[in-house]
Design a protein around this ligand. Sequence first.
Ligand SMILES: Nc1ncnc2c1ncn2[C@@H]1O[C@H](COP(=O)(O)OP(=O)(O)OP(=O)(O)O)[C@@H](O)[C@H]1O
Ligand SMILES: Cc1ncc(C[n+]2csc(CCOP(=O)(O)O)c2C)c(N)n1
Ligand SMILES: [Mg+2]
Length: 327
Amino acid sequence: MTFDEARLHAWIATWARPAPLVGSSGHDAAVLAPTSGRPVCCTDQTVLGVHVEVDVAPRRFGAKAVARTISDLAATAARPHATLLALRAPQESSETWLRAVLDGARRRAEALGAPAVAGDLTCAPGPAQLSVTALGTLPGRRTPPGRDRARAGQVLLLTGPCGGSRARRHLVIEPRLAAGEALWRAGATALMDVSDGLGLDADRLARASGVRLVLEQVPIHRDARAAARTSGREPLDHALEDGEDHELLATLPVAAARRLLRDGLPGAPAAAVVGRVEGARRAQVGLWLDLAAPEECSDERARAPVRWRGRGWIHGASDADRSRPNG
Ligand SMILES: Nc1ncnc2c1ncn2[C@@H]1O[C@H](COP(=O)(O)OP(=O)(O)OP(=O)(O)O)[C@@H](O)[C@H]1O
Ligand SMILES: Cc1ncc(C[n+]2csc(CCOP(=O)(O)O)c2C)c(N)n1
Ligand SMILES: [Mg+2]
């Protein structure tokens, strides 16, 4: 069997009723029970050949699409509530494959606390694509976190090591939901997930906030060291440029960061303070690296931070100009 919307709808109708849904299943739009907290929403497209290899296991495709969307809720300190799944695939896709994509997505969504409440199916030539919209809630009244809210004097915290995600981790993303909420409650103002590369995303955070972000250490994932053995690139560059780590970057007061790390950040045992936030004139805004260990640097000038000039993932950029997004 190939793509047949009617058959797929009939199969979807057999799914268990999702908890947040109070309206009719299979209706034009899903009506949900009221929730406490402020509504939060985000959406991400996951495209075969762009975000996953074309021969990916279909359940993994579905699961990744959901997890990477929900990572944006984690980056907002929000609690997941529901998801919508929009699948587009070519006619020749087997029904078994299509069902597996949707089932992988549905199960991951359920496990992350955001059952799939609605969606859409489209048959069209070209690569398959699953677009996931997530709804969540932000508790309390505190100002929401924003990538534009880093302030001079804060420190930069990263929830885990980066790099080498393509080997495996990008398919099994663990959104840092508990850590995101704990960071925000502890006083983090800027929060962001690392999807396009630690360097590029930290640079975006710095520019959105109008500050100079100084990275003093880069926790390198063992997958980055493994990737470097065959890529000819440094493990540090893998950590700064690979992306799809889905760790959180946060800026917060130093005392709050120390307290959180002492008590343990939930779901993020390898979290660490990795840098500092400085006020800056316009020309200094962005990400800077200050990675030299003090004992290796008797000369004070050797410790002068250098501007980060690496690469990251920018859709539409060719390999040649994917770097230096901001001049
Ligand atoms: N088509 C669009 N319409 C409105 N806003 C958009 C559109 N595309 C992107 N944006 C906004 O631009 C900003 C950056 O988008 P982007 O998709 O890069 O998000 P991200 O969080 O950086 O990436 P990721 O989804 O990989 O975590 C977000 O605020 C997003 O909502
Ligand atoms: C087949 C294949 N090719 C390349 C990559 C790497 N990759 C794709 S998108 C992206 C950034 C995040 O995307 P977005 O900005 O859309 O959130 C990265 C690092 C992959 N995972 N699979
Ligand atoms: Mg994000």
